[in-house]
Design a protein around this ligand. Structure first.
Ligand SMILES: [Zn+2]
Ligand SMILES: [Zn+2]
Length: 125
């Protein structure tokens, strides 16, 4: 069992050194070297996540939380955030590969989450 990087070890005067913490997590294989996705269990060394392995090697359609892949030259990149925030529902988007200029369509899946209001005291009787 490899151990987990402790956030407390990167804390100085109540300030956290996030850059060093992330780097340590990366070196320990807790987060993907390429896309920063959390991985479990930690590998204990530099590692890339299943999705990044898949996008690099799979010939079929691939799904990745952050990266698009050009079907021609296999370039992978993170489409601009501006572009992503414009997507409010599942949709198709046309992309140009930044390397070979090939135009292709990606399907964007929006993952939703629920935010509930803060706790309140129960009504008195
Ligand atoms: Zn990854
Ligand atoms: Zn390309």
């Amino acid at each position: 069992m490899s151990s987990i990087v402790r956030l407390a070890d990167y804390k100085n005067d109540d300030k956290i050194d996030w850059d060093s913490y992330k780097t340590a997590q990366k070196n320990n294989g807790e987060i993907c070297q390429k896309c920063n996705a959390y991985q479990f269990p930690a590998q204990g060394h530099l590692a890339i996540c299943f999705d990044c392995v898949s996008i690099a090697t799979d010939r079929d359609e691939v799904t990745h939380n952050h990266l698009a892949r050009c079907p021609v030259c296999r370039e992978t990149w993170r489409p601009e955030e501006m572009w992503l925030t414009e997507c409010t529902s599942d949709s198709s988007r046309d992309l140009y590969c930044p390397t070979c200029n090939h135009e292709f369509t990606v399907e964007v899946h929006i993952v939703s989450s629920l935010t509930s209001p803060p706790l309140v005291e129960p009504e008195g009787e």
